[in-house]
Design a protein around this ligand. Structure first.
Ligand code: TXA
Ligand code: MG
Length: 345
């Protein structure tokens, strides 16, 4: 059955905006699901202490039920309410990076609804660094489970229009707070042991984590290779654009050859590249992600660009690859999941 989806635009946190956030909070208290902006991507929120509310998230997104959700809170003290302990490692990361684009995995004390954690004995918690998200969480004084507010398998939403396209008619409301800032999701770090294990690279880089903890973190690709990945979400298809995406792992001549060969086969080719590479290529449908020297801008524009190519316009999308350092780790992690293949010389 189609739902009426309320839509609020909030811009400067004036009285009207506060009222809109109040209404969104009321719907959440009534166990409805509402999408809201965070500094990374839009989240689809529900009361994390209520099974029925949380079940609505999985239904709206079409998300597999064995993929756990991140719990969002407004203050570090709230984290203590839902875990058996804040490990020394978690404490360092919380102090250094929260609020901000990082999620810590800690042992759960069982107070969060079971379907949030998909039966795991741990929970992932984060404090978003976004005025709308923080205000909403403060008004609620409840933990909010929130995955990215996209249909499962699609690129994550970095603006409210993406949420609208995917979920209008399926959720109770959307708070439009403009485009998000970071553009890729939070870094998920398992803090249950002595070593930080990065389960998903994101807005806080491995280098930043190592600097603060003084410990080398564990490589994420290791956990992706084992049968039972520690972040269960990693085994599913993700971020898929409308047309197949190929990663082109070569220089400009190699890239140009791929464009030419596909065009000769009669294929309509879309390309997403840095401005530096764009200048060297001869192609008609080019979307620029940003400068190679500015990974922040590339992260910011990544999902928007993936969503911008429609299968009515292109048969195939070719993307440049980026250096796997700093934010480049998160960018390449998303591109590799979104792509159907990598083409190397
Ligand atoms: O930036 C973000 O983290 C966004 C915004 C909305 O906060 N949220 C987000 O949620 O990306 P989602 O559901 O799309 O991704 C959550 C990731 C998944 O890979 C999931 O498997 C992992 O976090 N995760 C959640 N709880 C976990 C747990 N207890 N143990 C291991 N991994 C967990
Ligand atoms: Mg997601």
């Amino acid at each position: 059955m189609k739902k009426e989806t309320k839509y609020w635009v909030v811009a400067n946190m004036d009285e009207n905006d506060q009222q809109a956030i109040e209404e969104a909070a009321t719907l959440l208290k009534q166990h409805e699901v509402v999408a809201f902006p965070t500094e990374t991507v839009y989240g689809l929120g529900a009361d994390a202490t209520n099974q029925e509310a949380v079940a609505r998230i999985f239904t709206a997104k079409g998300r597999p039920s064995d993929n756990p959700l991140i719990v969002h809170v407004a203050h570090p003290e709230q984290i203590e309410r839902y875990v058996t302990e804040i490990t020394p490692l978690a404490e360092k990361l919380i102090n250094a990076f929260m609020p901000g684009p990082i999620t810590v995995i800690l042992p759960s004390n069982g107070k969060i609804a079971e379907n949030v954690t998909a039966g795991l004995d741990t929970i992932g918690v984060r404090i978003p660094d976004h005025i709308v998200a923080r205000t909403l969480l403060e008004k609620l004084d409840l933990p909010v489970a929130a995955p990215s507010a996209n249909t499962s398998g699609k690129p994550s939403p970095t603006s409210a229009i993406h949420v609208y396209q995917d979920l209008n008619g399926k959720i109770a409301g959307i708070v439009d707070g403009g485009p998000t800032g970071v553009g890729v999701e939070s870094t998920v770090v398992d803090c249950t042991g002595d070593l930080p294990v990065i389960l998903r690279p994101g807005g806080i880089t491995q280098e930043q984590i190592e600097q603060v903890t003084g410990i080398m973190s564990v490589d994420t690709t290791i956990s992706e290779q084992i049968d039972q990945p520690k972040a269960p979400g990693m085994k599913y298809n993700h971020y898929e654009p409308d047309a197949p995406l190929w990663l082109i792992d070569g220089d400009e001549t190699f890239f140009q050859n791929q464009i030419d060969a596909l065009t000769k086969e009669g294929k309509k080719v879309g390309i997403m590249v840095s401005q530096e590479l764009a200048m060297k290529l001869d192609a008609s449908n080019v979307k620029i992600l940003g400068s190679q020297d500015d990974l922040k801008t590339i992260a910011y524009s990544l999902y928007e660009t993936l969503r911008a190519f429609k299968k009515t316009d292109v048969d195939i999308i070719l993307s440049e690859t980026f250096i796997k350092q700093g934010l480049g780790q998160a960018i390449m992690n998303r591109l590799e999941k979104a792509a159907s293949q990598k083409v190397s010389p």
